[in-house]
Every structure is written in C-alpha cells, then in structure tokens.
Design a protein around this ligand. Structure first.
Ligand code: 13P
Ligand code: SF4
Length: 328
C-alpha cells in the first residue's frame, strides 16, 4: 500500500525494521539523516520520553518549536501540538506519529459553535487555551497554556471583557486567581475530569503526610483541596524543590517518569480515575497512541504530515505569537 493511502486509512504509517537492527538506534540514525528533532510531551510513554530531544509542557514545547533549526519536527504529542508547531514553522515538515492522537478538550470546541458563541459576546477579548484547533486559535486574540494563563489574564486592563475557552476548569481557576469575571466556554479534558475526588480523599487518608498537587484541568473540588496547582512543568519543579517527601499527583500518569528521575527518593502516588482502570492511575488514551514503532515509521516516510490552511495559520500565528511575547 502506498504510504499516503496508509495514512488515509489508518492515520499512521508502518515501516519494516530489519530484525537485526535496534529500534532506538534506527530512530537516532533517521533523525540525523533527515535533520529532525523529536519534541515530546510529559504524557508520552516512558520510552518515547527517553529518546526525545526535548520534553516539556505545552508552553515549553511551543517555545522549543519556535526556535528549532531542524528541517523536520516530529511531535510526540497530540494533533493540536503538531498544529501549533506548523503554525510557527510553515516551511518545515511537521509530522506526528499517529493522526488519531486527538484531544477531548480540543474537540469540545467545534469551530461553528464557537463562532456562534463569540457573536453573543461582542467587544470581548478571546483568550484560548492552547489545547484547541488551529481554527479556534485563529478566532482568538491570545493563546495561553496552564503555565501562563493567570499571568496573561492579569496583564489585561481590569475593565477588559474576556472570554476564556475551551477549558471550563482552568477558566474557573483563572477567574478565582485573578478575581475576574470571565465568560467561560464549557469544555473539558476527559482525563483530568475523570480523576476521582473520592479516591483522592481515600489516598489522602492512607498517606497523611502526602501533599496533593494538581493540574488546573482537574475539577474545582480537587483544585480547592490541592496544596499546589500548576502545569506539568510546574508540578515537576514543585516536587523537586519542596522539602515534602510524599506527593499525590493529580494529572496524567506520564509525568511520574520524569518526577521519579528527578526525585528518586520521594514517594509519588498517581491519582486514580473514577472508572476502574488497570493502572490505578489516569492515562490519556490519545497521548498513549504514540509508540516507538510509529515514531520510527514516521521518520522513515516523513508521514503523517500536519498541514494548516494559510489564512487560518496567519490568524492563529498572531494569537500564538502574542502568548510567546507575553511569556518571555
Ligand atoms: P501542560 O503540559 O501544558 O500542563 O498541559 C497538559 C495537557 O493536558 C496537555 O494536553
Ligand atoms: Fe487532551 Fe486531556 Fe489528553 Fe491533554 S490529557 S491531550 S487535554 S485529552
């Protein structure tokens, strides 16, 4: 099957690997041959984090994508992250290992409904969380991530009317932190809202010395209980710098890998989801679609490629660049 057809049918490509050859070494060889860089989010599988050139949160990854000299960016993350890299790098090839790696939060803001929503609130500044499509970015004035949302809202004049989208939990958190009255879009991340407040209470009883640290995509009841709230990078930094020895970590379990490397002597307890799951943790099914095999195939064939229509890209670039300028 031709590779473009394979992408159309499956959303990813496959490649033959000589049994004698080592997958990790082959990825390194292809990376050099194609002058490619691998950017990975903390929610990626451990073996992907271990071969990445850069691992970070959404802000760090966008900043890294903005400054890379590579010809090819392989984004080991989800679709909107690849799109952001393409918005910043129209002349580079941006590939992701599996086009099926979407995001429930990005999907919670369809363009037509969002456009209609904006019409109800004229004269509002639109701040959108980076977890949204290129089309939503194009309809926004400023993009933010969980590490700079409070700072960005705070930097606007007190009387400015603001729409905050698409994550309602982050929106409520930012409204509380800044004391602003924000118009909120009702979207959410299926992974973070599945984290069970009841199961967390049980864990807090079992580990009375543990601090609860949470990502702001979690529900309000959890954020109100948390000792610290922050982006994935901020959570990692917090466990590194704190004198506390035990943490219950309320975000996707992938972050535990870097935390374990940074503080091997500390106890890190992943937060469980409401539904019974095999890992007793919270896993993003989209992030976990990426594998070393798909990364290898993707580098070999430079597929699946991310494209953003030029008029959308230029509008989205304005709002992404505003965020990058405000985050320096
Ligand atoms: P950050 O890495 O920016 O904290 O975002 C978390 C997330 O859910 C990414 O999809
Ligand atoms: Fe989207 Fe949530 Fe997965 Fe992040 S963890 S990619 S917000 S579904």
């Amino acid at each position: 099957m031709n590779k473009l057809q394979e992408v159309k049918e499956k959303g990813y490509v496959t490649a033959d690997l000589d049994q004698e050859k080592n997958l990790v070494e082959e990825i390194a060889r292809l990376k050099k041959e194609k002058n490619a860089v691998i950017l990975a989010h903390y929610y990626q599988q451990e073996e992907i984090q271990d071969i990445a050139d850069y691992i970070g949160d959404s802000l760090g990854l966008a900043q890294e994508a903005a400054k890379t000299n590579a010809d090819v960016i392989l984004f080991a993350g989800v679709h909107f992250m690849g799109e952001t890299a393409k918005i910043l790098n129209p002349t580079k090839k941006v590939i992701i290992p599996d086009l099926n790696a979407g995001c429930s939060l990005a999907d919670s803001a369809p363009t037509d409904k969002f456009e209609a929503f904006l019409k109800q609130y004229p004269n509002h500044t639109v701040i959108s969380y980076i977890n949204c499509s290129a089309e939503i970015k194009a309809l926004s004035d400023i993009i933010c991530t969980s590490s700079n949302a409070v700072k960005i809202v705070d930097s606007l004049p007190k009387d400015e009317k603001i729409i905050f989208a698409p994550d309602i939990n982050l929106g409520k958190y930012v409204a509380k932190k800044t004391g602003r009255d924000l118009v909120l879009w009702d979207g959410s991340c299926e992974v973070h809202v599945e984290i069970s407040a009841d199961k967390l209470k049980f864990l807090q009883g079992k580990y009375p010395n543990a601090e609860l640290i949470a990502h702001p995509e979690c529900q309000e009841a959890i954020l109100n209980e948390a000792d610290f709230v922050g982006s994935t990078t901020a959570l990692l930094k917090y466990v590194e710098e704190s004198n506390v020895q035990e943490f219950i970590v309320a975000t996707e379990v992938g972050i535990i890998h870097k935390m374990k490397q940074a503080v091997p002597h500390k106890k890190l307890i992943p937060a469980p989801a409401v539904t019974n799951n095999t890992c007793a943790c919270s896993e993003c099914p989209y992030m976990k679609l990426n594998t070393l095999e798909k990364i290898h195939a993707s580098l070999e064939h430079l597929q699946p490629e991310i494209f953003v229509e030029e008029t959308i890209r230029l509008k989205a670039l304005k709002s992404v660049n505003r965020m990058l300028e405000m985050s320096n």
